[in-house]
Write a protein that binds this ligand. Structure first.
Ligand SMILES: *[C@@H]1O[C@H](CO)[C@@H](O)[C@H](O)[C@H]1NC(C)=O
Length: 293
């Protein structure tokens, strides 16, 4: 054991020496990060792309610039800068001036690029750059992420349920949710009811985007005892059956289709949704003979 001591001392000496140098001389290696792409978004929807910088020298508050290149061309188009008001390329000045394209500072070392209404021509590679404030150039001064803007092809077409159902009967809620598959996106469908009595909208059940079922709080028991059940869909048709109905099921039903992207970070992101009214259902009470006995 004793023999190892000098070696360990030498090692820890070296470590403290290196650590000392890094404190004194500012041994940093700048890292600029953006999300791992590609980011898939639907035309007409908002988008936010974050960028941060760490391990830099100089002032805490850092400057940022965004540039983009369209897939077909190599030329860089300047978008927006934290310090240069006349930075934007002529083709973007109007969108920047109107605030449709903006940059928010979230922290000294983090910003987000926002486009409130993304267009298909915005598809391309987005590069976040940070001008050097380091005493020596070391590390990465930019990072790039691909944005793919797809057209909105989400279609939600419900079939109107029978408008009159007698108590203890079934309500069948059929909803066709489709999209054109050009990029790996996922679908979910959610049924809801606006109750006639309370006029409140309650979620009944959601299916997807990974095939999982989640029930609204007031429907959990009925789903587990099988009186609310999902019928496996064909060709985009999702069917929900509510059995043994009571007058409290009286209301206007709706279905919502949602298209999702599965980000490289593992996060599921709603990229577009559409809600359609299915129609009103009136539940007619059964006049029970038993009550007279
Ligand atoms: C569902 O909607 C899609 C797109 O509108 C359509 O092509 C398909 O035929 C529909 N399916 C059914 C079963 O109605």
């Amino acid at each position: 054991m004793a023999r190892n001591w000098p070696i360990m001392n030498l090692k820890s000496c070296l470590i403290s020496l290196l650590f000392g140098i890094s404190l004194l001389g500012g041994v940093y290696s700048r890292i600029v990060s953006v999300p791992v792409g590609p980011l898939i978004r639907v035309e007409g929807q908002p988008i936010s792309i974050r960028c941060d910088v760490t391990d830099y020298g100089g002032p805490d508050e850092q400057d940022f610039e965004w540039v983009m290149t369209r897939a077909q061309t190599d030329s860089q188009i300047k978008i927006i800068s934290t310090f240069d008001n006349s930075y934007s390329h002529a083709s973007l000045t109007r969108r920047v001036a109107s605030g449709e394209i903006s940059m928010n500072r979230l922290k000294d070392n983090e910003v987000e690029l926002k486009i409130s209404d993304v267009k298909q021509i915005d598809s391309g590679f987005y590069t976040c750059q940070t001008p050097s404030t380091d005493s020596e150039i070391r590390g990465n001064y930019e990072a790039r992420v691909q944005l793919i803007v797809i057209p909105n092809t989400l279609k939600v077409s419900p079939t109107a349920p029978s408008p009159l159902v007698s108590e203890s009967g079934d309500i069948v809620l059929s909803c066709n949710v489709t999209r054109e598959l050009t990029q790996p996106t996922y679908l979910s469908v959610t049924w809801s009811i606006r109750k006639s009595k309370t006029l409140e909208t309650e979620e009944i059940l959601s299916f997807g985007p990974q095939g999982e079922v989640t029930t609204g709080p007031k429907y959990t028991r009925r789903y587990s005892d099988g009186s609310v059940r999902l019928v496996p869909g064909r060709n985009g048709v999702f069917e929900l059956v509510i059995a043994k109905v009571t007058t409290s099921d009286d209301g206007t039903y709706g279905c919502t289709g949602t298209e999702w992207a599965h980000e490289s970070s593992g996060q599921w992101l709603q990229i577009v949704e559409s809600t359609k009214e299915m129609g009103p259902v009136a539940v007619t009470p059964i006049i029970s003979d038993n009550s007279d006995q």
